[in-house]
Design a protein around this ligand. Structure first.
Ligand SMILES: [Zn+2]
Length: 279
């Protein structure tokens, strides 16, 4: 089975922009995440795809109508934190506070989240303990590849049971000899829909599951980005700027995959993952 997931955060939360927490506001977002997520929901409806939306608590507060729309369309809603703070910048207490706060916001909207993905695939030794204490049964924070942001090379991408009975479903990376080729997100923009289709199918065949992830800010370009960058005093080298915006908007590649793959949510794959774990 191939799992479809969206990390629902605004462009203001992107680590590359380094926007101070005090300025990560609904006003600065300018309904960007609202418009982008609505486009995603329409696409999923068109292709009858079911997904898991890992939602930031802040975005749920800004746009509760998005949570309603996800529920109405039968998607699963998981959590991605309250702010987009990396786990390495949290204490056990501040992380626990964010998880509790986000669960409470979603509970008030009639959602009982059971899955979690950490901002920027970050990790901390208290991760699984806090998740378990808050009733989260499944995590998807492991990205088994080394990048400047994270080092997940100790892991494979087959689902496994980790501390406290939590099921870890890592994001998808295909190992070809010593090379690791990731699917989804930036790598969907870089490598395109056709190569990602091949990667996901090969990973599914090898591990029983594969995971596609992407973000709403990959669907729509930021309006007036020169103005935004000047206002926020964001300084980027030409190379960094190229990578930051490369392939955005990536609607064509996403539609290609939606047309080729019968995607499901984490919840929809639960029985299949449990069977994989018993083998
Ligand atoms: Zn994120």
């Amino acid at each position: 089975m191939i799992l479809l997931s969206v990390d629902v955060e605004s462009w203001v939360h992107r680590p590359v922009f380094n926007v101070p927490l005090s300025r990560q506001t609904k006003a600065l977002d300018g309904e960007h995440v609202l418009r982008a997520t609505r486009i995603i929901l329409e696409l999923f409806k068109k292709y009858r795809a079911k997904a898991t939306f890992f939602v930031l608590g802040t975005v749920a507060e800004w746009y509760p109508e998005l949570i309603e729309a996800m529920k109405k369309d039968g998607h699963e809603i998981g959590i991605h934190g309250y702010t987009h703070t990396r786990l390495s910048d949290h204490t056990r207490e501040s992380f626990d506070d964010e998880i509790k706060k986000t669960i409470l916001i979603l509970n008030r909207m009639g959602v009982g989240p059971r899955v979690y993905r950490a901002p920027a695939f970050s990790s901390a030794d208290f991760l699984y303990e806090v998740l378990s204490n808050n009733g989260i049964a499944c995590d998807s924070s492991v990205f088994p590849i080394k990048t400047p942001l994270y080092d997940g090379t100790a892991y494979d991408c087959r689902p496994f049971i980790i501390d406290r009975g939590i099921v870890e479903v890592p994001c998808s990376v295909l190992k070809i000899s010593k090379l690791r080729v990731p699917a989804g997100g930036f790598y969907l923009r870089l490598l395109g829909g056709r190569i990602n289709h091949i990667l996901l199918k090969k990973i599914e065949k090898k591990n029983g599951t594969a995971v596609l992830y992407f973000h709403p800010w990959e669907i729509l370009d930021i309006p007036d980005k020169e103005f935004v960058e000047t206002d926020l005093k964001i300084k980027m080298s030409f190379l960094k700027k190229t990578f930051t915006y490369y392939g955005i908007p990536m609607l064509g590649d996403l539609e290609y995959l939606l047309g080729k793959i019968d995607f499901t949510s984490f919840e929809g794959a639960r029985g299949h993952i449990d069977a994989t774990l018993r083998r």
